[in-house]
Design a protein around this ligand. Structure first.
Ligand SMILES: [Zn+2]
Ligand SMILES: [Zn+2]
Length: 240
């Protein structure tokens, strides 16, 4: 943890919970404890919202509608929010990692609320460009996660707000160097996230001068690029 900057707030902006994301290993409860005890001041829960996850959610709620889907998506976030009460000053924010059906691209959405998610019915079914415009029409900021992993598609530049130029996931080659060059070419917001799935310590995130009170304040900090990046690459094991 030698790279922590002590006079700034450190916020994880890309984290999954095993309560919701079946690719994750750690439940929200344990994740909050881990982040709160290891130098982080807050975390955004960005569980997956894509057609595979939706199919899985609907198995739990046959004949469920979009509200049921959102209920399932929010389970990890709500547990995390409750758990955070044990760590005074530690903040949990709602986010999601959204995929439109057209490609396997993933997008981190900031400035969300439960209500906005409930209004975005079937958002995954929109084409990528329509979907990005639609999400932005809710006042959200949209950042493409790990844009140069295998199987990602390049879409017309200029619609997105930003790209994740540093993805700290230990088991994927995210080609962060290419993402950074791409972001510079198109003048995108550049973010960093651990893409935490619970297999090793978080190593990435953003440093801010203030701790945002809510999702909208955090979104503004991201949109106005009032942050610096934590660019950890270590695959440190979890405490036993
Ligand atoms: Zn995942
Ligand atoms: Zn992710």
């Amino acid at each position: 943890m030698g790279d922590l900057i002590m006079d700034k707030y450190l916020i994880e902006i890309h984290a999954h919970t095993s309560d919701v994301s079946n690719c994750a290993d750690m439940p929200a409860k344990d994740a909050v404890k881990l982040f709160a005890e290891n130098g982080y001041n807050g975390m955004v829960i960005t569980d997956h919202l894509h057609s595979y996850a939706i199919r899985r959610f609907l198995k739990k709620r046959p004949n469920g509608d979009w509200d049921d889907i959102i209920d399932c998506l929010l389970e990890g976030y709500k547990i995390a929010l409750e758990e955070a009460k044990k760590y005074p000053g530690f903040k949990v924010y709602l986010g999601c990692e959204l995929r439109f059906d057209e490609y396997d691209n993933d997008y981190l959405v900031f400035g969300l609320s439960e209500d906005k998610l409930r209004q975005m019915k079937d958002v995954n079914k929109l084409s990528t460009l329509e979907g990005i415009k639609y999400v932005k029409s809710f006042g959200c900021t949209i950042i493409q996660a790990h844009p140069f992993r295998d199987d990602m598609a390049i879409v017309e530049p200029g619609y997105l707000d930003g790209v994740e130029v540093h993805n700290g996931h230990p088991n994927h080659d995210s080609r962060n160097d290419i993402a950074l060059a791409w972001a510079e070419k198109f003048n995108y917001i550049k973010t960093s996230g651990s893409d935490f799935h619970g297999e090793c310590m978080p190593n990435s995130g953003i440093y801010t001068d203030e701790l945002p009170e809510n999702e909208e304040e955090l979104r503004k900090i991201i949109a106005e690029e009032r942050f610096t990046l934590r660019l950890g690459t270590k695959k440190e094991s979890l405490p036993q």
